[in-house]
Design a protein around this ligand. Structure first.
Ligand code: JEW
Length: 269
């Protein structure tokens, strides 16, 4: 319903990949498949309740015309009720030739659209995270960018991909990064990074990554295979357990609710 929302797909990494002919992206307006005089795409929900639901007929017609005979397609449905969109899922999508991404609005799309589509193609309902959005477009942008950068030739520098595959086997957060000047607003770049000693720099970065992960993503730390921890890693984590949490690595607001559930965000849909 909001094709202009997807204008950023003309920019940056995805826009360049399109211009280079590595990737083709088409953006469509669901109303092009609405048939009544008001071009309506929504209706009231069966069973009652707040809001509107997207009608199945325009979606069925749109998918029929976009998924013609020929290249096999996968239907991707951004959904707050989807399975998590993660890096392994991005790799899987990058290996599929044709993705059709269906961006819903309102309270979502009549469930029969997914059931009907699944009679003809793989259907993946994916959530980009436990956060409330107004519709599927922002999620689609996330999915397209994460997937497109994995296509051969999209990244100029394959080093970035090497680090990423490393990150999958060693799930800790990135260390903080710095550039010139060496002192900015009274804040100095850590001595270790100016030392020129590769081993000292690598040890500092690894310790910083572990400190951040412990403070911000204890779930990742808990899932870490202890066999992957070096004696230096263990020393870093042991020192952390004894120390106070640092302000610059404070947890996000709401992350410390008694039951582990983040605060309810304002419902401003
Ligand atoms: C996503 C498609 C279509 C959210 C995430 N959020 C939410 C929500 C909406 C309607 C009813 C109930 C909850 C908004 N919404 C979408 C949200 C995808 C739609 C309507 C979405 N990933 N994808 N985290």
């Amino acid at each position: 319903m909001f094709p202009d929302y997807l204008a950023p797909l003309e920019l940056s990494l995805v826009g360049r990949a399109r211009q280079a002919g590595i990737l083709a992206v088409g953006v469509h307006d669901l109303r092009d498949w609405a048939t009544d005089v008001h071009r309506s795409v929504d209706d009231t929900p069966y069973g009652g309740g707040a809001g509107m639901v997207m009608r199945p007929e325009p979606w069925g017609a749109a998918l029929d015309s976009l998924v013609g005979a020929g290249s096999p397609a996968t239907l991707v449905m951004p959904s707050p009720a989807g399975t998590p969109f993660t890096q392994p899922v991005a790799h899987e999508l990058a290996g599929r030739g044709h993705l059709v991404i269906a961006c819903g609005r309102y309270e979502g799309i009549d469930a029969r659209v997914m059931t009907d589509a699944a009679r003809q193609m793989p259907v993946l309902e994916l959530s980009v995270g436990d956060v409330v959005l107004a519709g599927g477009e922002a999620a689609a942008l996330v999915i397209v960018e994460a997937t497109a950068r994995l296509l051969p030739g999209v990244l100029g520098n394959p080093d970035s991909l090497r680090e990423e595959s490393h990150a999958l086997s060693d799930p800790v957060l990135e260390y903080p990064v710095y550039t010139r000047p060496p002192v900015w607003r009274g804040l100095a770049v850590p001595d270790e990074l100016l030392s020129g000693h590769h081993t000292r720099i690598a040890a500092w970065r690894r310790a910083q990554a572990l400190v951040r992960t412990a403070a911000r993503r204890p779930d990742l730390l808990a899932a870490l295979d202890p066999a992957t921890l070096s004696p230096a890693d263990r020393a870093t984590l042991a020192a952390l357990a004894a120390a106070e949490p640092a302000a610059e690595v404070a947890a996000a607001p709401g992350a410390d609710a008694a039951d582990g559930t983040p605060d309810e965000p304002a419902d401003d849909r």
